[in-house]
Design a protein around this ligand. Sequence first.
Ligand code: KIV
Ligand code: NA
Length: 276
Amino acid sequence: QEKVTTATIKQMKAEGRPVTMLTAYDYPMARMVDEAGIDMILVGDSLGNVVLGYDSTLPVTMEDMLHHVKAVCRGVSRAMVVADMPFLSYQVSVEEAVRNAGRFLKETGAQAVKLEGGQEVAGAVRAIVNAGIPVVGHLGLTPQSIHQLGGFKVQGREERAARKLLSDARALEEAGAFCIVLECVPAPLAKVVTEKLQAVIIGIGAGPYCDGQVLVTHDLLGLYPKFTPRFVKKYLNLHENIAAALKQYKEEVEERTFPGPEHSFGMSEEVLKKLY
Ligand code: KIV
Ligand code: NA
């Protein structure tokens, strides 16, 4: 089937068709997400939390991201692959931002990059877009600024913060971002942004009125037991299923019921005799 492009995503907003996005960090999960028909696959820097075991996204490096984006691209044929730019790969200078964004397209099969922030990153967004690289913005709860935000909480509830979020979204759109993720903002604010902007608005903890939705796949599968935000719907509890399977394996090896004859190989009696 045809590859999803920025044109596909923009057309979906125009036609009022919801855009689906999920994260993936490796080949098998990317294959499953793509085969499920999800439109966009984000290789998020949530990699740091759910795969690498860090307690924030801050330690994630360009090399970490490139390694995982390459694996994801090998498993995807239809979805658009979006590479998340890690902390400090786009904030220091516009030049570094373009060079790092470019590495994702040059060295992996990604079609777009995502970065966090509004007005303050508009210059970087414009330069990256001018280099021919589609950009997804990210506003609201931006985990790379967690120490400045002072914790994981809903963003944009007060008038000042809500106005700021709307103007940041406009700045990103003007800079050329074709799509913006809104994380952990009041549903009515996300509705206003979705209606006022042409950019495709993808929500996570941003209510039902966005153009599309994204979740961290490990969260919806119940694969990350450490912490589940309220906005996550757990469709499975894979952590418990896997724990039970591992426990059963241990028991069967210890009581010698695994491996059974169906898992074992034999040889002729004649050959065997010669060994004694
Ligand atoms: O890193 C990530 O998974 C993200 C999504 C939560 C949007 O940025
Ligand atoms: Na991210």
